[in-house]
Design a protein around this ligand. Structure first.
Ligand SMILES: [Zn+2]
Length: 457
């Protein structure tokens, strides 16, 4: 299409060559997206109640009011989504594809749940065939739920990472994953060694990191299952390849934090264990962070690291209530995570509902409940889109409808549930309408999912 050159000048689409928009598709509907850090600046979003999203070759050209766009007749196609809402694809900043088969396991808190439910399931991922089957199922479920990017735990077996990335690449999805590092306190069949961890991780990095839309995360499961030598290996890999991600868990459960104190008696805090090995980077994502202090949040913010708020998992496993207010005050980057199988669904809409309930429950134990604000409808949508993209250091690629971003977007339909339709019809503000979607929505609410402009659902 070299004869077709289209440039955007200011707010106008301006043709400089052949008079045709041959490849540009317009999507008409209600549009909401964020343009900056909404937790800092409450004006950093755009809302068009009757808007048009212009997409060309898998990239966003722009979003604007439908009535101000004058070149409808030149589009290759105009898709009518009036009555529905277009938002950027959801971003899950912490999830385990290898736990797909054992979500909804009854009765155990974190450490027992790992031993009784998680580890036996993860052993099955020594098989490439099994890994490929579950990776395929998992990615299809993400698409159904409107999740277009995720930071994903695989298992300790390198073949489970290969299978995941191969399936993600087939779908052209932007995904980050890595081999789990784990050399103690787990069944022998799941353990690696510091030497094999380095060797296997480096081979996977060379194969997959920055391979089209895929990126690699160094992934120690958590401090209790890695020796000091293995945490050092994680730090060495990050030092050698500075644009890698670091993905791990921190301070999810009280019993776990006690174990960490015993295993690392010379560390000042749980976070200090990771800090000591150079694991606090602008591409580090720490899942849960339920039992972190204000000093910890501030330290993470200074390193531009992120936390993944996983409310569904924290409630399901009875772990505790994330301190959203303190995290926001510290300016640490925050994304939402389903943490499936700790979380019992892959739906980011359902996760937003749980996030609201966790922030409401914080009031229950507070001496000053009036000072605690629940996560707002716009904050929740921000965390699920641009906030998640910032947490993953990907906001120049995804998470908004700013020009040049990759066209990963979803279409939300109020008519997916009669109760949602009824509630949306009664809404008198954007916030009220969004809140209805967040409290009542699930995978049915995601009518369509687009990956780089291609309709996948
Ligand atoms: Zn997890």
């Amino acid at each position: 299409m070299c004869s077709l050159r289209i440039f955007i000048l200011g707010t106008f689409l301006f043709m400089v060559s052949i008079p045709s928009f041959a490849s540009i598709i317009g999507y008409r509907g209600e549009i909401i997206h964020f343009t900056g850090d909404y937790l800092e600046d409450k004006s950093a979003y755009q809302h068009y109640s009757d808007g048009i999203l212009l997409v060309d070759g898998g990239k966003i050209l722009k979003a604007e009011n439908y009535s101000s766009f004058k070149d409808i007749h030149l589009l290759s196609e105009l898709v009518d989504y009036r009555g529905k809402i277009l938002v950027p694809g959801f971003i899950d900043t912490h999830v385990h594809y290898t736990q797909m088969e054992m979500l909804a396991s009854y009765g155990n808190q974190l450490l027992d749940w790992l031993n009784k439910d998680v580890f036996p399931t993860e052993m099955k991922f020594s098989s490439s065939t099994h890994s490929q089957k579950i990776a395929s199922f998992f990615l299809d479920e993400l698409v159904k739920n409107g999740t277009t990017t995720a930071l994903v735990f695989a298992s300790t077996y390198p073949q489970s990472v290969d299978a995941f990335f191969m399936e993600a690449q087939k779908r052209n999805m932007r995904m980050i994953s890595g081999k789990v590092l784990m050399d103690r306190n787990a069944p022998a069949a799941l353990l690696d060694t510091p030497e094999s961890a380095y060797r296997d991780s480096e081979a996977l990095i060379k194969k997959w990191h920055n391979n089209r839309r895929l990126q690699y995360a160094v992934t120690p499961r958590f401090a209790p299952t890695s020796s000091e030598q293995e945490l050092r290996v994680a730090g060495d890999l990050l030092a050698k390849y500075p644009d890698l991600y670091l993905h791990t868990h921190i301070a999810e459960n009280q019993q776990e934090t006690e174990v960490v104190k015993k295993l690392f008696p010379y560390s000042e805090s749980y976070l200090d264990v990771y800090g000591k090995y150079g694991l606090l980077t602008p591409r580090s994502v720490f899942a849960h962070a339920v039992y972190l202090s204000n000093d910890d949040f501030n330290l993470l913010a200074r390193h531009h690291s992120a936390v993944a708020f996983c409310p569904m998992s924290n409630l399901f496993l009875g772990s505790g209530l994330f301190n959203y207010g303190d995290a926001v005050k510290s300016k640490v980057k925050i994304g939402l995570g389903t943490d499936m199988g700790g979380g019992n669904d892959l739906s980011i809409l359902r996760t937003m509902s749980e996030a609201y309930k966790v922030t409401m429950m914080r009031k229950a134990g507070s001496q000053t409940p009036d000072n605690i604000l629940p996560v707002s409808p716009l904050e929740n949508l921000y965390l699920a889109t641009l906030g998640g993209a910032k947490a993953l250091d990907l906001d120049n690629h995804i998470g908004s409808f700013l020009p040049g971003r990759e066209a990963d977007f979803i279409v939300l339909d109020p008519q997916s549930r009669s109760i949602l339709d009824l509630r949306v019809a009664e809404s008198t503000s954007l916030e009220e309408k969004l809140f209805a979607f967040e409290m009542l929505g699930d995978d049915r609410t995601v009518l369509h999912t687009y990956i780089m402009g291609k309709k996948m659902k």
